[in-house]
Design a protein around this ligand. Structure first.
Ligand SMILES: Cc1ncc(C[n+]2csc(CCOP(=O)(O)OP(=O)(O)O)c2C)c(N)n1
Length: 630
């Protein structure tokens, strides 16, 4: 039997459906999302939880004329399927397939792109203000999760929206979860709103009484509304949204299509800003995702019937080794405290939390605050370690400079997911941090070639009197033996792995192993090639660099990072200032946003595989008359 979904190529196709047909559509969407993500992995939990909201929004609004803005975009799988991408949905997050987030080039229904949390309200307010200034009449609605509402940016937007009183609808998709259970006073406040039946009944009763007071038209009507507002505020306990100038509808059961549609219809007509507080369940309709919302936030492939997530047998990840190392250190050093911005599972700081609950802080999706909070802790003699993905540290740039580094405070940034990240794609690549951190005074930056060196660097970072960033990549380590006790790395010292007279390849991070592969190939072709494991981006090991300049005829740097301003640039700056005339080649990632897909695919594409590097380097050396030794 044909499914209803097969008949839907655009929201127009279901706007005449009955509520029971919409409910059937919701079931079919659930089946497709579960069936696909079981193969591809992806953001299943949030997407299952937002299905009814998405159906209702497209049902009530005339999209894409009216503008729907999603926060992050990870919850919008149903939106993708309903807006003409059902047949491509199978390829979500796969190479050349649909993005796991929204993309303006994918569809006119994707009016806003994101990946980072908390941007939707600012973007939507921009659309709404532009509408008014250009005398257009489209509606604007934004969907934001309770987790994303812990981001400062979201409040900056609410502040302006309440002030401008612009016509716009904000749907708060409250499932009480961020990736982990949501934290913070505001999260607790939302829970109180949700679970205070007394308040709700009182509110409904009072509103009913006030609504029954007749008001006349024109100016009198406005005066009457004003009196109602004043009475409303006088009798009811304050609701933060109303206090900020919003019309508040809620809490609404976000899975009750009939209800959500009728609330949305009212909200759409309201002349100012509206908040609809919708209660949803993460993973709704798929038992394992309902029961294990953290694991099913963004799992890899899983077995549908059992809900078993398919795990490859891999070495411990860098994040695991990091967290275990930090626990070891913290056991000996009571001043060590750990901070995450809503990523206890991703950073593996949940392990630290289980050992030292009082010295662990999940601050919500609040990277800016996390950095400054760390600075505050450090001024009072603690040793804060902020574990944060490279991409999310971007959010805290001013705080890194102004609050941490300017005061030269000994905060440790454990910069996770440094490098390409795979399925999350362009918004999540950790390939800019060396550029944006390298120029900040006082900050030292290091990256080990494997998890063993990372561990040693973490140990030593604890003794630095200034801020330090230790970078490490996503995924499994190389199963190297983890020394215990660790053998300290001389701070600022690179590691010579081979010396060579024709070329020295200076690698940073795991790219050092790639450098060794390239060396192998070049050695077979009779070139004499050295490999230097830089370890430190800042300070550079100038003595080792001088040695390389002295003994090699050419230098190549190698990094899994944007070349622009990255590690190679640091070497180039140094070399230029030496006045040394030396052939130098910088290998890394080009000046483009890199989409989702396997890391190796992109390393091949940008000619950073061992073979491609070998071919390029051999031609380069020949071009400079550096020929094989017989
Ligand atoms: C700035 C930033 N920090 C961290 C993340 C990682 N992240 C992705 S989804 C998510 C939780 C979002 O929770 P919520 O907004 O409530 O949406 P839900 O997944 O519950 O629907 C987090 C922390 C991010 N995307 N952006």
């Amino acid at each position: 039997m044909a499914t209803l979904l097969e008949k839907v190529h655009s929201p127009e196709d279901f706007r005449h459906f009955s509520v029971s047909e919409l409910q059937r559509l919701a079931r079919e969407l659930r089946e497709q999302i579960v069936a696909t993500t079981a193969r591809t992995g992806g953001h299943i939990g949030a997407s299952l939880g937002a299905i009814e909201l998405i159906l209702a929004l497209h049902y009530v609004y005339d999209t894409p004329e009216d503008k729907l803005v999603f926060d992050i975009g990870h919850q919008a799988y149903a939106h993708k399927i309903l807006t003409g991408r059902r047949e491509q949905f199978d390829g979500i997050r796969q190479l050349r397939g649909l993005s796991g987030f929204l993309k303006r080039h994918e569809s006119p229904f994707d009016v806003w792109e994101a990946g980072h949390a908390g941007t939707s309200l600012s973007g939507a307010l921009g659309l709404a203000v532009a509408r008014d200034l250009t005398h257009q009449s489209y509606h604007v609605a934004a969907v934001i999760g309770d987790g994303a509402l812990t981001a400062g940016m979201a409040w900056e937007a609410l502040n302006q929206l309440g002030h401008l009183h612009t016509k716009m609808v904000v749907v708060v998709n409250d499932n009480s979860m961020s990736i982990a259970p949501n934290v913070g006073a505001f999260s607790r406040y939302l829970t109180d709103l949700r679970t205070a039946p007394g308040y709700l009944r009182l509110k409904q009763d009072i509103e009913a009484i006030l609504d029954s007071v007749p008001v006349l038209g024109g100016p009198l009507k406005r005066a009457g509304e004003h009196i109602k507002d004043v009475l409303h505020h006088a009798v009811l306990p304050g609701n933060v949204f109303e206090e900020l100038g919003f019309k508040y509808y809620g809490p609404v059961d976000g899975h009750d299509l009939f209800n959500v549609i009728s609330v949305l219809r009212n909200a759409r007509e309201y002349p100012g800003p509206v908040v609809i507080h919708a209660i949803t369940q993460k993973g709704k309709g798929y038992r394992p995702a309902e029961e294990m919302p953290v694991q099913f936030h963004g799992p890899g492939p899983f077995e549908i019937t059992s809900g078993q997530i398919i795990k490859k047998q891999e070495a411990p990840t860098y994040s695991q080794v990091f967290s275990e190392t930090l626990v070891e250190i913290a056991a000996k050093r009571p001043e060590v405290v750990a901070i995450t911005a809503a990523m206890p599972d991703g950073t593996k700081l949940d392990y630290f939390q289980s050992h030292f609950p009082d010295r662990y802080f999940d601050v919500g999706i609040a990277e800016q605050h996390a950095a400054t909070f760390a600075a505050g802790l450090a001024t009072a003699g603690l040793k804060p370690v902020f574990a944060v993905y490279s991409t999310f540290l971007q959010r805290a740039y001013d705080q890194v400079i102004h609050d941490v580094c300017h005061q030269n405070l000994p905060v440790v940034f454990a910069v996770d997911r440094a490098g390409l990240v795979g399925g999350d794609g362009a918004t999540h690549q950790g390939i800019y941090d060396m550029t944006y951190l390298r120029c900040v005074p006082h900050l030292e930056i290091a990256m080990g070639k494997d998890e063993g060196e990372m561990r040693r660097l973490i140990y030593q970072a604890m003794d630095r009197p200034n801020p330090v960033a230790i970078r490490y990549p996503r995924g499994p380590g190389r199963r190297v033996v983890l020394e215990d006790p660790v053998d300290p790395i001389e701070w600022g010292r690179a590691e010579w792995i081979f010396h060579g007279r024709d070329l020295t390849i200076i690698g940073i991070g795991p790219m050092v192993y790639r450098a060794m592969e390239v060396r192998e190939l070049l050695s077979e072709a009779h070139f004499d090639v050295g490999v230097l494991n830089a370890r430190f981006v800042k300070p550079l090991d100038e003595a080792a660099l001088r040695e390389a300049v002295g003994e090699s005829r050419a230098i190549m740097t190698l990094e899994e990072h944007a070349v622009a301003g990255g590690f190679g640039s640091a070497v180039a700056e140094w070399l230029a200032n030496q006045g040394a005339v030396m052939p130098l080649r910088l290998e890394g990632l080009p000046d483009v946003f890199i989409d989702h897909g396997p890391t190796d695919y992109y390393l091949d594409m940008y000619e950073l595989s061992a073979d491609a590097l070998y071919r390029k380097v051999e031609a380069w050396l020949h071009g400079m008359a550096i020929t094989p030794r017989s």
